[in-house]
Ligand binder design. Structure first.
Ligand code: MTE
Ligand code: MO
Length: 383
């Protein structure tokens, strides 16, 4: 299949690759509302967007190492208890372009907006697995060490035309508190084609690559997914490893993303008269359900620091998320006097006291993943 039946998209998206379609919104939009609209949500694909011709005949197959393999209709999945979790999805390649500016990396060139937050509505993966007889994880039933593979129906050249797939540990999949969803809604609307219609997995707190879109089957297995994206991509290597000496098997697949923060407004290269007051806005997020403890800003390239104000999260009691911290914290710091030209830096601390690396060199890796180095912008004086 080719790219002749792609959905229409928001014209303001910044396109990083057209086929497959990879695009992000202007970063300034991200700081402006807690939930990211479907229009403005980054889109990360490895092939053409699949088309579901007939939702009434759609079946999700749950199979593999399960007591009771089943094939479930969309109506059945919608009849299961519905949960809505507010969760941030972040591509492991977010901010790759900055990393590549230090030393060239391979991959789609993302700015700082390959991230977004939505209210995802759907059934719990743990409930769906129960229907296949996979009860809540317990060592007594000897389910330890197993994995749940999620298989799509798209065509990826990295899989030689096969579908995208990924896996998460069975323990993660069967823990109701992990809020892993089979989502059919995004921000209260039917999930659209770009984001996985009719069904996608959402794994809160974990790199976007594990949140498989357009799912077709779920396979419980003794080994983790052997697909390209689980085994030969989305892993982090030390800076000394390059394409001629890489050993993919030596590293585990990335799961939780580390603490991250970005200045959304003003943008790099803004012009401000020296001595003027500037309002700063941005996002901060940590993986694994950890929250943001602190956001620090410097307008003098790190000599002195101010603490930004963390904005309240969306009213989470309207949702069923077990952790408000599956989703980001937006922050602001208003009326800061800047002496231009200057370098502005943001860095965040998460609730486990993890911090961001000061310099990209410390975390440079050939695939350009997990760039969480201090985010810096330049503000110039008027010419
Ligand atoms: N699922 C399928 N089937 N095909 C894909 O190419 N891309 C993954 C993941 N799920 C992908 C997929 C990656 S790398 C990311 S970051 C997220 O989807 C992006 O989700 P989004 O496009 O809804 O923002
Ligand atoms: Mo990604």
């Amino acid at each position: 299949r080719g790219y002749d039946q792609e959905p229409s998209r928001n014209k303001t998206l910044i396109i990083n690759s057209k086929e497959p379609f990879n695009a992000e919104p202007p970063v300034s939009i991200l700081g402006s509302s807690y939930l990211t609209s479907e229009d403005n949500f980054y889109k990360r694909n490895h092939g053409p967007i699949p088309i579901l011709r007939d939702p009434t005949t759609y079946k999700l197959v749950v199979t593999g190492d399960v007591p009771n393999p089943v094939s479930l209709s969309l109506d059945f999945i919608k009849s299961l208890p519905k949960y809505t979790a507010v969760a941030t999805l972040q591509c492991a390649g977010n901010r790759r372009t900055e990393m590549s500016m230090r030393r060239k990396v391979r991959g789609v060139g993302w700015g700082a907006a390959a991230i977004g937050t939505a209210a995802w509505g759907g059934a719990k993966l743990s409930d769906v697995l129960k229907h296949a007889g996979v009860m809540y994880y317990s060592t007594a039933t000897n389910q330890g060490g197993r994995h749940v593979e999620i298989v799509s129906c798209d065509f990826c050249k990295e899989e030689n035309g096969g579908p995208y797939k990924a896996s998460i540990p069975l323990l993660h999949a069967t823990t109701p508190e992990a809020d892993v969803l089979l989502a059919y809604e995004m921000n209260g609307k039917v999930l659209n084609r770009d984001h996985g219609y009719p069904l996608r997995i959402v794994v809160p707190g974990v790199i976007g690559a594990r949140s498989v879109k357009w799912i077709e089957s779920i396979v419980v297995s003794k080994t983790e997914c052997q697909g390209f994206f689980q085994q030969k991509d989305y892993k982090m290597f030390p800076p000394r490893v390059d394409w001629d000496n890489i050993d993919w098997q030596s590293r585990r697949p990335l799961m939780d993303f580390p603490v991250q923060s970005v200045i959304c407004e003003p943008q790099d290269g803004a012009v401000v008269k020296s001595g003027d007051l500037v309002d700063f806005y941005g996002y901060a997020v940590a993986g694994g359900g950890r929250g943001i403890e602190r956001v620090d800003i410097s307008v003098d390239n790190g000599k002195t620091w101010l603490e930004a104000h963390r904005l309240p999260k969306l009213q989470t009691n309207a949702y069923d998320s077990h952790r408000p911290d599956w989703a980001w914290t937006l922050w602001e710091l208003k009326s800061v006097k800047v002496e231009t030209p200057c370098t502005v830096i943001v860095k965040a601390v998460d609730t486990a006291a993890n911090v961001q690396p000061a310099d990209v060199d410390e975390i440079w890796n050939l695939r350009g993943v997990l760039n969480t180095s201090w985010h810096k912008i330049r503000i110039h004086g008027p010419p």
